[in-house]
Write a protein that binds this ligand. Sequence first.
Ligand code: ADP
Ligand code: MG
Length: 454
Amino acid sequence: MYKCAGKRKEKQIQMNSIKDIWAGIMEILSSKLTSTSINTWFSDCEPVDLEDNRLVLYTKIPYKRDIILQRFSGAIRDTLRDLFSCDFDILVLAGDEELADYKDNRQEEKILPEMDGYTFENFIVGSSNKFAHAAALGVVKNPGRKAYNPLFIYGSSGLGKTHLLLATGSAIHEKMPEAKIVYVKGDEFLNDIVHSIREGEMEEFRQRYRYADLFLVDDIQFIAGKERSQEEFFHTFNNIYESGHQIVLTSDRPPIEMHLLDDRLRTRFEGGLMADIQPPDLETRMAIIRDKAGHLGMRFSDQTVSYIAEKLTSDIRQIEGVVKKLTAYREITGDEITKERVDKAIADVIRTGNNVPTPEDIIRETANFYNVSVEDIKGQKRSKNIAQARHVSIYLIRTLINLTLNDIGMLFEDRNHGTIHSSIQKIEKKMKEDKDLADNIRDITSNINSRQRQ
Ligand code: ADP
Ligand code: MG
């Protein structure tokens, strides 16, 4: 990533690949140097990489490296500074061996740790996910193809969206090790923007994302309603899209249900291919259970498999949790797996599966949604936005986790139960008249649930 400050010049905006950037540099150098110099020293010089504030070049012949560095590195650096408003180092690789070594190292760096374990091979296909699966394979076959760009995968939590997204990344990495793959979660993108604005590092922020060959964005729903983030995301999206590079997004709901999403982003998202994932049918659930157990070196009886599959119908993460628990139990005790044991594992997973948000989770998510701080929500300020966020979080704590009015009051600087009761009533009444508020509350609830299950 580039550690730049200040604004990139307009001229650069159209440059989307390292080849374009190098062509731009050569054009500027051509106006400063003789064509003989250019031909002699640069005719077989190629750009390899532009990252971490470093331009990496390749030339076949070792002595040319010395000349390039001694005579021309100053001019190249000046040009880069002109384009990006920051300083760059220059590394010149000479000869095939150095190039191969460099590429090997880079390739290893380009494998994202998140992709580990997520492949198409271990993704079980059934009627509920076969369209999304086929679409992801289509992307791997032909990244950047208009009909699949962006690919927008949506569905509830625990149905395999992240799995498909990262499997797409792994498969593209296998096929094109050079490809720059950028993976980010919607809420991390938000945090990154907030941090970059605060630190005055927006240029660096942009560089991080805009040169992606494959841009994977998980849980994009978190950016809805965040003005500045949507704006930045829009530019990032366009830059990547217009360079013909591939974008894959996941969301827990389709664009049309992202109520606070910018219309222009909605149009972009809907302009590619949308693929939903539904909860798996019984047969697929059974196949998943067998497969997950098989990976752990375990075989369940048919009865156990269908019993689990009948009990857990909507979240594959829970199914996986139960399989793991039963496998561990069997390994540790050597005992047969009984129906009671399966029931216990299911109860454990449902209880500890982070499916119940805490009041703090709800307050945090509501604060996030309304762009106010947790302290303000809990405190005494009465500005409209803060008061609304406070009432909504109180309402959600009551409806989602059913805390007593007294307990809720304690969370909000010891407000008495009457105050809490009136907040809840206010929201219940307002929701009936105000569709936007009802939509917002639905969105916040989905955000809370998505984050719980991440
Ligand atoms: P989401 O992103 O939709 O919330 P994930 O992709 O994180 O869901 O999936 C939850 C878990 O279930 C992951 O461990 C994933 O590997 C597993 N999983 C989901 N769908 C499948 C599938 N079709 N085959 C195998 N495993 C799956
Ligand atoms: Mg996910």
